[in-house]
Design a protein around this ligand. Sequence first.
Ligand code: PD2
Ligand code: ZN
Length: 286
Amino acid sequence: MQPISPELREWIVAQLAAGHSVAALRASMHAAGWRDDATDAALAEVERAALGGAPAVAAPAEPAGPARTEMPGPDLEGAPLYIDAGDRRVQVLQTVQHPRVVVFGNLLGGEECEALIAAARARLARSLTVETKTGGETLNVDRTSEGMFFERGENETVQRIETRIARLLNWPLEFGEGLQILRYVPGAQYRPHYDYFDPREPGTPTILRRGGQRVGTLVMYLQEPEQGGATTFPDIGLEVAPVRGTGVFFSYDRPDPATRTLHGGAPVLAGEKWVATKWLREREFR
Ligand code: PD2
Ligand code: ZN
């Protein structure tokens, strides 16, 4: 990986020298809108430099090879119309087999959507992400929304929703990343991408050390725009309308386009769209 910016490196080194913990540093960068994976890549790069610039002892890249057998997802045996997610009866509105896509209704209550938006609003930042290609900092031109991350279990609402998701998708709560909140104003979009980490990128082994690959995504709609803003799956011609309280889940058993999980957020044409995304990892994410 290429070096991070001198300013960021200096800041990290100064924080560590002042006795701040890596956890505190991570929390600060998180609060400033840094993605956790980007933060980890930056911290790892500084750590390597501190060790005399020795090349990283990279964790082996995840093989793109055989499909995993255990995957997150709702139990759809018997084609149920509703699923008991513990504290809520979630509707199954639409399903696709390959890729596995499930659209859920009644996933979140109106008050839960409002509570997430209220807690996130002041912490939004146009995302500066570390490019996995260069290690440099860039504004991500593919994503023109603003975002933030909650810590897992950060508040009561987050905790309740995470517990519900774990039950609905049959995946341990500890394997999930913190909830990401995104706001799209008119004109904002998220160009089609894959959510897994690209095994060919040099920064990926560092990212995978914490929790392994992503294997599933749940995008939940907190506020619907007036026009536009669908979540699109170009490979299968699917567009999911961003209706408040509903969500779309999809999984990918290998980090490969063959999963057909290319997806994007279409431009918002009028109004504001807010979403919460939960990414599921193959192992515990700490
Ligand atoms: O907001 C969306 O519709 C969207 C689309 C694609 C969100 C994500 N990806 C994501 O959070 O990964
Ligand atoms: Zn995505």
